[in-house]
Design a protein around this ligand. Structure first.
Ligand code: ZN
Length: 139
């Protein structure tokens, strides 16, 4: 059920819980950056190795944006996870973390502990996955 948008949104998470998720997400982002960096360095492709240097030096900027122009198959999984993690960190900064993107309900702490970058509640995620499955042509 949708909550009052525009009203005061009461977080069910405490500030310290949010900070702890933020730390987890930042650690994960760094791990993914290192993995992406390593994969790019290892590739024989000259452009990739040039990009690799920037992946770690980019600071707070989005690595996903940096890599958006390159469709690098080997690191697609890492890039897509990093994009979720970066989006979750942006939601923390924007104050919309732990709110379902579809229905606006709180995402449970249990779900966030299992999956800190979740942006849908369990119900909406299940619905979303069913829809995505229906749309994906079978290979
Ligand atoms: Zn929802």
């Amino acid at each position: 059920m949708a909550r009052t948008f525009g009203g005061v949104f009461m977080y069910s998470l405490s500030q310290s819980e949010i900070q702890s998720f933020k730390k987890q997400l930042r650690d994960r982002a760094l791990e993914l950056r290192r993995a992406i960096h390593g994969a790019l360095i290892d590739s024989d492709n000259k452009t990739y190795s040039e990009v690799a240097g920037r992946v770690l030096d980019i600071g707070e900027q989005s690595v996903v944006d940096l890599l958006a122009d390159f469709r690098i198959f080997e690191i697609e999984k890492e890039v897509s996870e990093l994009s979720e993690v970066e989006a979750a960190l942006a939601r923390i900064d924007a104050g919309t973390y732990a709110r379902c993107a579809d229905c606006g309900a709180d995402i449970s702490v249990e779900r966030l502990r299992a999956y800190p970058s979740a942006n849908r509640c369990t119900d909406c995620q299940a619905r979303h996955e069913r829809m995505a499955k229906d749309m994906t042509p079978s290979l």
